[in-house]
Design a protein around this ligand. Structure first.
Ligand code: C2E
Ligand code: CA
Ligand code: CA
Ligand code: CA
Length: 280
């Protein structure tokens, strides 16, 4: 509360005011971006997913960005929560999926798969599975198994729809599922048991610095073992240095992702990287 005067609105302190203003700004920017040329205002960047054994790119995660009218490029941390709360994540997510599939088609001879984040709100849309089926029907040059949808545990907790049924419907299309940020939730094992996932994305909090931390290394070995016995693959996220890369290679981790190999880059730069890495 600021000035005296007994006004009820005084409980609306500076911090709340700033938060509300930021949300309003984020929402209006998002609406503008979605109204504009989506391919230009909401570029989809790609971060390589690499085999530590071979150093080859096996897949890529699609990560959305947003240009503001002021010419600033925003990371999703600035707008995804607002997109989620307003429902704007539905058209945004469809744009990301469409763009990712278009690039996968283009890169199909060099790239194994593309991985796309799906938020709880998208997943609970009644049109989600039909929309996905339409996009796949329009991408006949790539097999649906080369699309991976990344879901987080929070997504699973916050959806009201019959989630199991929805995930089964997605799987029935041939699309693969990945458990994102694995290990950070409270019921990771329950989740592992109940979700028909193909890939576990081990959260970077277990990965960064593992070469110097025997506890992290033990957790990683255990997850690798568990995933293997469940017939799931593993991507270790947040690999930031050579020591961690080396430790994961020695632990036979099938795939890694992180700044050490590459930060997320534009589609154009990704294509160049693909061409170069292949030649090695
Ligand atoms: P995420 O799904 O966990 O994606 C990985 C994030 O970690 C990306 O941040 C990536 O740039 C960052 N990262 C990758 N390697 C490293 C590393 O070695 N060290 C560190 N410190 N960070 C690394 P980004 O692109 O800012 O995305 C943040 C989050 O926004 C994503 O987290 C995801 O939850 C969400 N997001 C991104 N694109 C989309 C989208 O198209 N739809 C939805 N619903 N969410 C998205
Ligand atoms: Ca992700
Ligand atoms: Ca993640
Ligand atoms: Ca995350």
């Amino acid at each position: 509360a600021k000035r005296a005067g007994g006004n009820r609105l005084e409980i609306f302190n500076d911090q709340m005011r700033v938060a509300v203003q930021q949300r309003i700004v984020a929402e209006s920017r998002l609406r503008q971006a979605l109204d504009g040329d989506r391919f230009a205002t909401l570029p989809v960047w790609f971060q390589p997913i690499v085999s530590p054994a071979t150093g080859l790119i096996v897949g890529a995660e699609a990560l959305v960005r947003m240009w503001t009218t002021e010419g600033e490029l925003l990371a999703p941390g600035h707008f995804i929560t607002t997109a989620e709360e307003t429902g704007l994540v539905v058209p945004l997510g469809e744009h990301v999926l469409e763009t990712a599939l278009r690039h996968l088609t283009e890169w199909r001879h060099e790239l194994g798969y593309v991985s796309v984040n799906v938020s709880p709100r998208q997943l609970s849309e009644p049109d989600f599975v039909p929309m996905l089926a339409r996009l796949l029907a329009g991408s006949t040059l790539v097999d649906p198994s080369r699309l991976v949808l990344e879901i987080t545990e929070t997504a699973l907790l916050s959806t009201s729809v019959d989630l199991k049924q929805r995930l089964d419907a997605i799987k029935a299309l041939g699309v693969r599922l990945a458990l994102d940020d694995f290990g950070t939730g409270y019921s990771s094992l329950t989740w592992l048991q109940s979700v028909p996932a193909d890939i576990v994305k081990l959260d970077r909090s277990f990965v960064a610095g593992l070469a110097d931390d025997p506890r992290k290394a033990s957790i990683i070995s255990a997850v690798l073992w568990l995933a293997r016995s469940l017939n799931m693959s593993v991507v270790a996220e947040g690999v930031e240095d050579l020591a961690d890369w080396e430790a994961l290679r020695q632990a036979d981790c099938p795939a890694i992702q992180g700044y050490f190999f590459s930060r997320p880059v534009t589609a154009g730069d990704f294509q160049e990287m693909l061409a170069k890495t292949r030649r090695v």
